[in-house]
Design a protein around this ligand. Structure first.
Ligand SMILES: Cc1cc2nc3c(=O)[nH]c(=O)nc-3n(C[C@H](O)[C@H](O)[C@H](O)COP(=O)(O)OP(=O)(O)OC[C@H]3O[C@@H](n4cnc5c(N)ncnc54)[C@H](O)[C@@H]3O)c2cc1C
Length: 429
């Protein structure tokens, strides 16, 4: 639910120098600030209290350079992801990062959360797509490293310290992003299974068979599939109900005819061998939209209960079936839990859960959190695959990170932000 925020002030810098001037004053007066990008973050990282100042980068929206030879785009932090997609389209290039909030999420927010999404399996997370970064430190110092080079081993790669730091170490003001050649073919298919082991074998089979063009491999559990395509949704089910798992896969290649034939042949062989139970291949652009809307628009899952808890966990792909069975059983046995919808980018080991409840009672919330997070400790999983820690998960950071790691993170924070003005109270208890 959206709640209005109260803050001491909202400042809208127009340049890096403005950001630097603002931070210098705030640093000198120990004035806490909270960075706002597109406000699509799902970990509470933009929550603000009445004594804090919001720095919104929405006026820093310039696309400064598109370099076709180096295959890079240089943008200010307030540029929206979809604007980057559109800006490079006519050059025959793509910026491959893509997710449901692309129409609002800003590059600064995406860098600061190290967002992932639907094509991480092939192209990596934001971290893998940032070549250069400009950041303003808490005391106003501008660190400019807007390089267009892929390889740079001249000592520490400092940009990675800020990527994923959720606005606690510096304000991202500009970024150089890596572009890729635009694919000339796209094939999407829905495939049905009843056994998780067969899903994993199918992932290997398709990855091998498609020779590097497999770009997305999303898994939707039966209840989520039904929830996403029921009367509460405008999307109809591409495959009939009754199976336990539904995979939505995508290949992006350069030979439309051959790529389509390859996908058809692989699916038909898998059907014949009994490795998959049913499959449907997108036949048109509108089919692609239909299939991907079902997966990307998870809003219908939020209409089943009065309250929800959202999860974004990581675990080794091979263990997902078994561990999620256990988690689902435990969660649904908790009194007050009404629904447990599961889906995710399983080729990356990333699973999302939407857990619907009849109350927002704090004890219930804690019980659900424990049921989901507890099993991750022993298997080297993570309480946050993509959304970050923010305020919602800080109590559980130690489930994914050792005490020594957390101490080192705090040392970094103290060194770079001695007056604790950048997003205070986020990430750490
Ligand atoms: C429908 C939907 C689907 C989503 N799907 C995905 C997905 O598939 N994968 C994924 O990873 N995420 C996903 N998200 C989460 C979200 O979109 C990402 O976390 C996104 O990167 C946040 O960008 P933003 O500009 O909205 O940042 P905000 O929400 O404004 O901020 C996020 C964090 O970054 C900080 N911040 C923002 N701008 C800056 C800056 N310039 N400098 C320093 N710190 C800054 C904020 O203080 C906050 O801590 C989804 C969200 C929605 C609503």
């Amino acid at each position: 639910m959206d709640v209005p925020f109260s803050a001491k002030a909202v400042v809208l810098p127009r340049s890096t120098q403005d950001v630097s001037n603002i931070l210098k004053i705030c640093h000198d007066h120990s004035q806490p600030v909270v960075m706002h990008g597109g406000l699509t973050g799902l970990a509470g990282g933009t929550e603000v209290s009445a004594n804090e100042i919001v720095i919104s980068l929405e006026k820093m929206k310039a696309i400064e350079d598109i370099d076709e030879k180096s295959r890079t785009i240089t943008v200010e932090a307030g540029v929206i992801l979809e604007e980057v997609h559109e800006a490079v389209l006519s050059k025959g290039l793509i910026f491959p990062l893509n997710f449901g909030a692309k129409g609002s999420a800003q590059i600064g927010g995406i860098v600061s959360t190290n967002a992932g999404g639907l094509r991480v399996f092939r192209y990596g997370m934001m971290r893998n797509l940032v070549l250069g970064l400009e950041v303003v430190l808490a005391d106003g110092t501008i660190i400019n490293s807007l390089k267009k080079i892929i390889k740079d081993n001249s000592a520490y790669d400092l940009k990675h310290m800020f990527i994923g730091s959720e606005g606690t170490l510096g304000v991202v003001t500009k970024a150089v992003l890596r572009l890729m050649e635009a694919p000339r073919s796209r094939n999407s298919a829905f495939v049905a299974f009843n056994e998780y082991e067969k899903v994993v074998s199918f992932l290997k089979y398709m990855d091998k068979g498609l020779a590097g063009t497999l770009s997305g491999f999303e898994l939707i559990w039966d209840k989520a599939y039904e929830g996403l395509s029921s009367s509460k949704s405008s999307v109809k089910p591409p495959l009939p109900y009754g199976h336990q798992y539904y995979v939505l896969l995508e290949s992006l290649g350069s030979h439309p005819e051959a790529d389509r034939l390859a996908m058809e042949q692989l699916l038909s062989d898998a059907l014949e061998m009994g490795n998959i139970l049913d499959a449907v291949l997108a036949q048109s652009e509108s089919d692609h939209r239909w299939f991907w809307t079902l997966r990307e628009d998870v809003q219908p899952l939020l209409h089943y209960s009065a309250y929800e808890q959202l999860f974004d966990i990581s675990l080794p792909t091979g263990l997902i079936g078994k561990i999620l069975d256990t988690i689902e059983k435990e969660v649904t046995e908790i009194s007050g839990v009404e629904h447990c919808f599961i889906f995710g980018h399983i080729a990356d080991g990333n699973v999302h859960l939407v857990i619907g409840k009849n109350s927002d009672d704090q004890i219930l919330t804690k019980m659900v959190n424990e049921a989901v997070y507890q099993p991750l400790k022993a298997i080297g999983g993570s309480v946050s695959a993509e959304h970050g820690i923010g305020v919602h998960k800080k109590q559980y950071l130690s489930y994914s990170r050792s005490l020594e790691e957390i101490e080192l993170m705090k040392t970094l924070k103290k060194t770079l932000d001695p007056n604790n003005i950048l997003n205070p109270g986020k990430i750490f208890i």
